[in-house]
Design a protein around this ligand. Structure first.
Ligand code: HEC
Length: 484
């Protein structure tokens, strides 16, 4: 009887004078107010049936779920909501339902959580974990390999560290690396070794460049105004000689008006391909700035490895456009790598809640942020109701709930033959490494191979064929070795 009353009363309450303002309502509240009476607070069902059991009577695609909500099914007792909710709100409900469905599903799955000395089994390869560094590193961000067996590690606070060929972390950071303005998610981020390092010695760094504006920040408890950072992601190269950073050259930086105090979305990663260097500058919360070709934020760049702008870049002939831009419409990509089989570039991008993406990066294309996205704001308010649009690229795949994707690597080694050419994606929030098999630019297999050891900041295969994983919290580096 109770559910019947709910059904009878609800549509009336929608038209009552004190109808709440749904447009400002966060999605969990929206669901609770409008839907939980029939589908249960935890979505597990009532008169309206479960929305998290993976069974969809009226269609399982997002378009179909959206239709179920918008058009309802009055005969069965499902209210049509398109008169009370706009497209954006319905879209956020679809994301919310998907998040809850996936969470419920995940509860029944035993994800591989490796333990030292024990073999972890996955679909194609079994591995053990080995510690590379678990002491003395603070917020390690990226890892790169020198041909002599040494490894370079960035710490977000601003230090470049060396792990010796003997495996020992050098207590002294490299002297003289560029000053970084570490604030929010910024700092010293990526390190990459030029493929011709053995003859040219070049090492590339990407970091938050800028300055502190004295007394321009928020007032503290002591009444004094803090300094305010002004930063943007920049790229340099230099050489390391006798533990010192020397011969520095700027590869990319931008004009002062584009520097910002926003603490989010710096990007970045660096990859090399055929004499070019590719890297990412995140949109820094600037949203629509990523759609503007005259603005450096929210873009992936392609330059010659010495920083010159190639004449065949896509926007060289576009008035006012920044010539280094290769692709645009990005939010905060922090994974970038090249498919060794055909040279295709892939990137993983932090989207908003429910909108993390894997993209196939192609010359001159627009990846849609923030006009299209599969996500909504982290607080549950909608961003947009549309997920696709003419002239904007669809992701290869996207993750609901968000995994907070960071670090991306095609495995090229020989120690794990069954993983050869598979793509490995790290995830901060979900604390996992995912293996994706890519065929014809589509994901044909996806598997979590490691979970819950820490926030995964980077994943990369070494020239030694091991798969290295950088963790934050706890700060450490480990590697996957084939099980005996
Ligand atoms: C008055 C009761 C009632 C309310 C309120 C209600 N629903 Fe439903 N809902 C139903 C019923 C009944 C069905 C049909 C179940 C069936 O086919 O067996 C349904 C079906 C659905 C379906 C399709 C499920 C499937 O298996 O394909 C979705 C999605 C859905 N509802 C979402 C929502 C959302 C989101 C809200 C809130 C905005 C909501 N519903 C509010 C009663 C309700």
């Amino acid at each position: 009887m109770k559910s019947l009353t709910a059904f009878l009363l609800l549509p009336l309450s929608l038209f009552a004078e004190d109808t709440p303002d749904y447009s400002e309502m966060k999605v969990d509240k929206l669901f609770e107010t409008l839907c939980s009476g029939c589908h249960g607070k935890d979505l597990s069902g009532g008169q309206g049936g479960s929305l998290i059991d993976g069974e969809w009577k009226h269609g399982a695609t997002e378009a179909e779920i959206r239709k179920s909500i918008a058009e309802g099914n009055p005969q069965l007792g499902m209210t049509p909501f398109s008169t009370v909710l706009d497209d954006n709100q319905i879209r956020s409900l679809v994301i919310y339902i998907r998040e809850k469905e996936k969470e419920a599903l995940a509860k029944g799955i035993d994800f591989p959580k490796p333990e030292p000395g024990k073999v972890t089994q996955t679909a194609h390869e079994d591995y053990t974990i080995e510690t590379v560094a678990d002491d003395g590193l603070k917020l390690p961000w990226a890892l790169a390999f020198l041909p002599d067996g040494r490894k370079l590690v960035t710490e977000r606070g601003g230090q470049l560290r060396i792990i010796g060929a003997d495996g020992k972390l050098d207590p002294q950071p490299v002297k003289g690396t560029p000053e970084v303005i570490a604030h929010g998610q910024g700092g010293l981020l990526e390190v990459a070794v030029h493929p011709g390092y053995e003859s040219n010695g070049w090492v590339y760094l990407a970091f938050s460049d800028g300055w502190w504006e004295k007394g321009a920040g928020k007032e503290g408890k002591d009444g004094k105004k803090a300094d305010k950072p002004q930063t943007i992601t920049a790229v340099v190269r230099g050489r390391i000689k006798d533990h010192e950073w020397v011969d520095q050259e700027w590869i990319w930086k931008t004009d002062k008006p584009f520097y910002t105090d926003a603490g989010v979305h710096f990007g970045t990663r660096i990859v090399f391909n055929k004499g070019y260097v590719y890297f990412i500058v995140g949109e820094r919360g600037g949203m629509m700035e990523s759609q503007d070709l005259n603005n450096p934020k929210g873009k992936i760049y392609r330059l010659f490895d010495d920083g010159r702008e190639p004449e065949d870049n896509p926007f060289v002939g576009t008035e006012g456009a920044i010539k280094g831009i290769w692709t645009y419409g990005h939010r905060n990509p922090q994974g970038l790598d090249i498919d060794p089989r055909d040279g295709s570039i892939y990137s993983t991008e932090h989207g908003p809640r429910g909108g993390d993406e894997l993209n196939w990066i192609r010359k001159g294309l627009n990846y849609g942020w923030p006009v299209i996205t599969y996500g909504m704001n982290y607080n549950g308010t909608p961003i947009t109701g549309i997920t696709e649009k003419e002239g904007m690229e669809q992701p290869v795949t996207y993750w609901v709930p968000s995994i907070a994707t960071c670090g991306l690597d095609f495995y090229t080694g020989d120690r794990f033959p069954e993983w050869k050419n598979d793509l490995f994606a790290g995830a901060l929030a979900q604390k996992e490494v995912r293996r994706l098999r890519i065929k014809d630019h589509k994901v044909v297999e996806e598997e979590v191979i490691l979970k819950d050891l820490g926030r995964v900041r980077d994943v990369t295969d070494g020239p030694d064929g091991y798969l290295y994983v950088i963790l934050n919290d706890p700060d450490s580096i480990l590697r996957l070795a084939p099980a005996e």
